[in-house]
Design a protein around this ligand. Structure first.
Ligand SMILES: NC(=O)c1ccc[n+]([C@@H]2O[C@H](COP(=O)([O-])OP(=O)(O)OC[C@H]3O[C@@H](n4cnc5c(N)ncnc54)[C@H](O)[C@@H]3O)[C@@H](O)[C@H]2O)c1
Length: 309
C-alpha cells in the first residue's frame, strides 16, 4: 500500500496527540498544521524523536500553510478557539464556523477526495455546516464516538470485567443531550440492564454525560485529549484499512429516523469510502424522545446560523 498522507489542521492537544498516535501506528506521513508559527513544527520534532521506540518510519512534518494539504488522503480538523471571558457559546460557534469554512475551502481546492474528520466543537453543528456548504465533501465528525468509548470504560469498571467484554453505544449529539443507550448495552452478550439497578444506571449515564466536563474541571484551562485522539486514530485507521468498524460518528442524516438537513451522531460503518452505512435502531419511545431533543436543538442552532447569513 502506498504511504498515505494525513493532514491535521490544529496542532493543539487533540491534533498533536492524534499525530503522535497515528505515527506510532504508522498510518502514514502526517502534516501537522497550526496557525501559530513554529508551534506545529516544535510538536512535530518532538513526536518524530519518539518514533524509534515504536519502530515507526512515519514522518510528522510541522507546517504553517494550508497549501501543504495538497493531495492528502485524510484531513483531520481539530483547529479552533476556546471560549474567552464574555464570549457566549454562540460566539464560539461562529468563531469556529469561520475557521471551518476557511479550512473547508482549502480541502475542496487541494484535497477534494480526502476523508475529512472533524473534532472541533460544537462538532455535530460544524460537521453539518461543512457538508451543507460542500455536499461532495466526504466528512464525519467525532460526535459521540468518544462518549461511547467512555461509556464502555465506565460499564467495565462498574461490572469489574474486561473492557473488551462490553458493547455499548451513545447516539444523538456530543453535548448534554447525548443518549447513552443503556438498554442496548451488553456484557459478553448478556444485556447489562440485568446487572444494573436504576441507581447504577442513572449514575453511569451521568458519568458518561459529564465525562468531558469532569476532566475539564480538573485540568482547568484545557480539556481532555488522550481519549479523543485515540478515537480519532481508530476512525482514521478504519478508513485507511477499510475495516468498516462501527462508530457513532457525526454524519449528515438523509432520512434516518425521519430527520433531514442536520448532522447527528449515529452508528456508522467507516471504511475506504468513508461512510459506508448508517445503522438505525428500532428505538423505543423513551429513546426516540431523547433523540428528538438532540434533533430539535440542532434545528434551532441551524436556524440561528441561517439567520446570521
Ligand atoms: N468531539 C469530541 O469528543 C471532542 C473531544 C475533545 C476535543 N474536542 C474539540 O476539539 C477541538 C480541539 O481541542 P484541543 O483540546 O486540541 O484544543 P487546543 O486549544 O489545544 O488546540 C486548538 C488548536 O487550534 C489552533 N487554531 C486556532 N485557530 C486556528 C486556525 N484558524 N487555523 C489553524 N489552527 C488554529 C490553536 O492555535 C490550537 O493550537 C476543540 O474544539 C475541542 O472542543 C472535541
Amino acid at each position: 500500500m502506498p504511504v498515505r498522507k494525513i493532514f491535521i489542521a490544529g496542532a493543539g492537544n487533540v491534533g498533536s496527540a492524534s499525530a503522535a498516535f497515528m505515527a506510532m501506528k504508522q498510518l502514514g506521513n502526517i502534516y501537522l498544521y497550526d496557525i501559530l508559527e513554529d508551534f506545529s513544527i516544535g510538536q512535530a520534532m518532538d513526536i518524530n524523536q519518539s518514533l524509534p521506540y515504536w519502530n515507526s518510519d512515519s514522518r510528522v512534518t510541522g507546517c504553517h500553510s494550508l497549501d501543504e494539504m495538497e493531495g492528502a488522503d485524510v484531513v483531520v480538523i481539530t483547529a479552533g478557539g476556546k471560549r474567552a471571558e464574555g464570549m457566549t457559546r454562540l460566539d464560539l460557534l461562529y468563531q469556529n464556523l469561520d475557521i471551518m469554512y476557511d479550512i473547508g475551502e482549502k480541502v475542496m481546492e487541494r484535497a477534494p477526495g480526502a476523508f475529512v474528520h472533524v473534532t472541533s466543537n460544537p462538532v455535530d453543528v460544524l460537521t453539518w455546516a461543512l457538508k451543507e456548504r460542500w455536499p461532495d465533501m466526504n466528512i464525519t465528525g467525532l460526535g459521540c464516538a468518544l462518549d461511547a468509548m467512555r461509556f464502555r470504560f465506565f460499564l467495565a469498571e462498574h461490572l469489574n470485567v474486561s473492557r473488551e467484554a462490553v458493547n455499548c453505544t451513545v447516539i444523538g449529539t456530543h453535548d448534554d443531550n447525548m443518549v447513552p443507550l443503556v438498554g442496548r448495552a451488553d456484557v459478553g452478550g448478556i444485556p447489562v440492564k440485568q446487572h444494573l439497578t436504576q441507581v447504577d444506571e442513572d449514575r453511569l449515564v451521568t458519568l458518561v454525560k459529564h465525562g468531558g466536563g469532569d476532566i475539564v474541571k480538573r485540568l482547568k484551562t484545557r480539556s481532555g485529549f488522550f481519549a479523543a485522539a485515540t478515537k480519532v486514530t481508530q476512525i482514521v485507521e478504519s478508513h485507511l484499512y477499510n475495516k468498516q468498524h462501527i462508530f457513532p460518528v457525526s454524519v449528515m442524516v438523509n432520512g434516518e429516523y425521519g430527520y433531514h438537513d442536520m448532522a447527528l451522531s449515529l452508528p456508522t460503518a467507516i471504511g475506504e469510502r468513508g461512510v459506508h452505512e448508517i445503522f438505525e435502531f428500532d428505538l423505543n419511545d423513551q429513546e426516540r424522545a431523547m433523540l428528538d431533543v438532540c434533533a430539535d436543538s440542532m434545528k434551532k442552532v441551524i436556524a440561528e446560523i441561517r439567520a446570521r447569513k
